[in-house]
Design a protein around this ligand. Structure first.
Ligand SMILES: Nc1nc2c(ncn2[C@@H]2O[C@H](COP(=O)(O)OP(=O)(O)OP(=O)(O)O)[C@@H](O)[C@H]2O)c(=O)[nH]1
Ligand SMILES: [Mg+2]
Length: 243
């Protein structure tokens, strides 16, 4: 086997994942969405961040228990003039990171509108986390933790505060949403094979199905064997059109 073949195999293993999940990052302009994403992906603060024009795409693969999850991340512009463009990227999202700035009451005041748009356009099983960013500027705080926490509870979304500057909690919102989606798959509430679910199986899951027809998601919840999901494979007869 040539050296390059080993290299290709290693890359393939690194790239392999069980699920691909579509996430959107939304909220008012200047709340720190791009900086939050940048820290999550590059583990550093993004200096001199400019307003996002339309939408920017990035991705990161994370491990949750035994599962490798590839997160497809869509960073949307908060400026009103891009609203119609950015909304078109909400379609079929499985997760939403809804960001406000703890030092800006105005960015908190519009949350209902952002959430309503996401709920209307994304997956029916959308999992949302409300993120109060810029927690490092506590002395300039305009939105109390308790008030935001109540808003989140009233609107049935998760909540946490972060700082893209210090890196505090920057991974947590993404992992929390991915974990909730994985648990929804495990419990059978969310079917990755359904169009618009915002989730699809990766190579790794399919490969596992090829060696055994049962795919277990039990490890994440710590309940061995429970929640085993059967993957539906379409039958293909040679000589006919596939799928
Ligand atoms: N102190 C502090 N400043 C931050 C933090 N996150 C972002 N900023 C600053 O806030 C400003 C806006 O950050 P962006 O990430 O570009 O904001 P955005 O939400 O992506 O804005 P749009 O792309 O216009 O929607 C920049 O000047 C950042 O340096 C943070 O956690 N703490
Ligand atoms: Mg931005």
């Amino acid at each position: 086997m040539a050296f390059n073949d080993y290299d290709a195999d290693a890359t393939e293993l690194l790239e392999a994942y069980d699920f691909l999940m579509k996430f959107i990052v939304i909220g008012e302009a200047g709340t720190g969405k791009s900086c939050l994403l940048h820290h999550f992906i590059h583990n550093s603060f993004k200096d001199h961040s400019q307003h996002t024009i339309g939408v920017e795409f990035s991705s990161r693969t994370v491990n949750l228990g035994e599962k490798r999850i590839k997160l497809q991340l869509w960073d949307t512009a908060g400026q009103e003039r891009f609203r119609s463009v950015t909304r078109s990227y909400y379609r079929g999202a499985a997760g939403a990171i809804l960001v406000y700035d703890i030092t800006s009451r105005a960015s908190f005041a519009n949350l209902s509108r952002w959430l309503a748009d996401a709920k209307a356009l994304a997956s029916p099983h959308l999992v949302t986390v409300l993120v109060g960013n810029k927690a490092d500027r506590d002395d300039e705080r305009e939105v109390e933790w308790a008030e935001a926490s109540k808003w989140a509870a009233d609107n049935d979304v998760h909540f946490m505060e972060t700082s893209s500057l210090t890196g505090d909690n920057v991974e947590a919102p993404f992992l929390l949403v991915a974990r909730a989606i994985l648990l929804a798959i495990e419990s059978g509430t969310l079917d990755p094979e359904k169009a618009g679910s915002g989730v699809s199986y990766g190579d790794r899951a399919l490969r596992r199905v090829n060696s055994s027809s049962r795919l277990s998601f039990g490890s994440l919840s710590g309940r061995p064997k429970k929640g085993t999901v059967r993957l539906k494979m379409k039958r293909w007869i040679p000589g006919t059109k596939c799928c």
